[in-house]
Unconditional design. Sequence first.
Length: 448
Amino acid sequence: MEVKNIKIFVVEDDEWYRRLLVHNLSMNPDYEIQAFGTGKECLNNLHELPDVVTLDYRLPDMKGLEVLKQIKAINDDIQVILISEQDDIEVVVDLLKHGAYDYIVKSKDIRERLLNTVNNISKEFKLKDEIRSLRQEVKKKYSYENTIVGNSPATQKIYNLIEKATRTNVTVSISGETGTGKELVAKAIHYNSSRARQPFVPVNMAAIPNELIESELFGHEKGAFTGAAARRIGKFEEAHSGTLFLDEIAEMDISLQAKLLRALQEKEIIRIGSNKAVKIDCRIIIATNKNLLEEVKKGNFRQDLYYRFYGLPIDLPPLRDRGNDVIVLAKSFIQQFCKENKLEQKLLSPSASKKLLAYPFPGNVRELKSVIELAVTLADEKEITAEHLLLEDAENIEGLLTEELTLREYNLRLVKRMLDKYDNKPKMVADKLDIGVATIYRMLKEDQ
């Protein structure tokens, strides 16, 4: 990152003292100094955008406080250091209240004090620049085009819905099979919205034991229960002013749904062990791979909570329904993986493209990404061929897709197949499918 010079205005009516301050500050080659003898001269030149103003408290034309107020009114990012011969605590407090960065008394050690203060301001500027740069990188990473890659009509529809979601704080419900990119869409909405500078807090409801969900969401006070050694804020408070993403919401126990509904309606939460309500302000985005309305009919999900969540629905289509997007995504993953691993860029052969288009991808985009990364690793030559694409038996999977199964039954079969493939290791399968181990155990238990 390019280091930016710090522009400093020195405002001092005493010519000798003004030269002293300019001389001391000029010792640092990264500082650009301009000097003025009156407050009016300083204000008339603020269009040159100084970073710092050292301001004498007593000027011949204006009081330092008045100049400070006008500087802050014009550009609040300018840091103002007041310099004076008097050490009046009430004056200091008043100046700090109106936005002064520091107050320095004219004394023998003013050189060290002034240079230290400007140096601290310089460090803060660099930190802000780094944060701003990182935010731009995050925003670019989660732009619509980088989040849902493709040009199919289904993908274009998703772009349109994400754009609509970023304009307001409406609750968004994202549905779709496992691996379709629900959390990526949630992040795209957050990082392109007015809340982008605030936290994005994801919570996987399926990965949290039922007895811990309340504490995880709402927090607890010290001593609220055995093991509560200190106060802990919950995810709602963490997401204040930002976005709370509740993934796998259908897995939430119905006994806790009433408390969640109350928090959403009242816009406040109560930590476990407390009677004090805490106001919350966070956007809610939910995601599920189940049909919530069906879950309501089965009695697994509260109807009133369902309508509270409905908001703007975004249904992510499975990869098998996105046509040529498979090839567009594959090429994107190849380019990304080669760049990250400093490899020579590889090409996708016609045979490989044909094989990808013929495969139904039950694991959706997540499966495609893993397949492509492995193919890049296996390919010694510049071209990726069909032999480098290690896919499941397409015929068996196609047969499975033609059966009339519920989503729960389909997911159960997929989990069982993955367990067979990975030697009945639930943790490994959970990592592959990006779900909680508890979800796998729950699905197997329900099948008994």
